[in-house]
Design a protein around this ligand. Structure first.
Ligand code: SF4
Length: 196
């Protein structure tokens, strides 16, 4: 069995007990699907948002709505193939009315699922989208305007926070910074792909 198939099997085993997860309050707040994530289980790059929105909840897939379309465009612009990376969120169930996930919800879900996804996939780079995602990952308040584009470490994995595509849709003047961050991420990811 190759590494990709093995990791896919580990991910499926991880998800099975949580298909109808009731471990945090988001379970009872109107979610349709638990949106675990999508992509290459052996990816170098893992992208982490804050939580599923309406379209993601309906389809059971991450970043498929308007924000996802912008993410697809920026990935295409920097020559990152979406099918080669792994995309997920800090919380796997949609918060009602697209509110931000609460710290407790993020901590519970991250401990159950995200941290184990990271252990299985073992990405070389994590990119977080938006302030809530990096706060949820680091479990502390941070200012995304100060942290974006910086090279941090999470569990010794290179971690680059950037804006959430929904923020860019509302503030298109920030698109160039968002594009710069993805250019840096693409450069590092491609240098890792070349060493495969
Ligand atoms: S957000 Fe995570 S912990 Fe909460 S119910 Fe959904 S899968 Fe379970």
């Amino acid at each position: 069995m190759n590494q990709k198939t093995y990791k896919q099997m580990l991910l499926e085993n991880l998800y099975t007990p949580y298909t109808h997860c009731q471990k945090c309050p988001l379970a009872k707040l109107g979610r349709t699907h638990v949106v675990f994530g999508q992509g290459n289980p052996d990816a170098h790059l893992m992208i982490i948002g804050e939580g599923p929105g309406r379209d993601e909840d309906i389809q059971g897939l991450p970043f498929v709505g308007r924000s996802g379309q912008l993410l697809n465009k920026i990935l295409e612009a920097v020559n990152i193939n979406r099918s080669e990376i792994f995309i997920t969120n800090i919380v796997k169930c949609r918060p009602p009315n697209n509110r931000q996930p609460l710290p407790d919800e993020m901590n519970i879900c991250k401990n159950l699922l995200l941290d184990n996804q990271i252990k299985i996939i073992r990405p070389s780079i994590i990119c977080t989208l938006g302030a809530t995602a990096i706060q949820g990952l680091l479990q502390k308040p941070v200012k995304i305007t100060q942290l974006r584009g910086q090279q941090l470490r999470y569990n010794n994995i290179l971690t680059i926070p950037t804006y959430h595509p929904a923020y860019i849709l509302r503030n298109p003047k920030e698109l160039s910074k968002f594009a710069d961050d993805f250019s840096l991420i693409a450069e590092i990811t491609q240098s890792l792909d070349d060493t495969k």
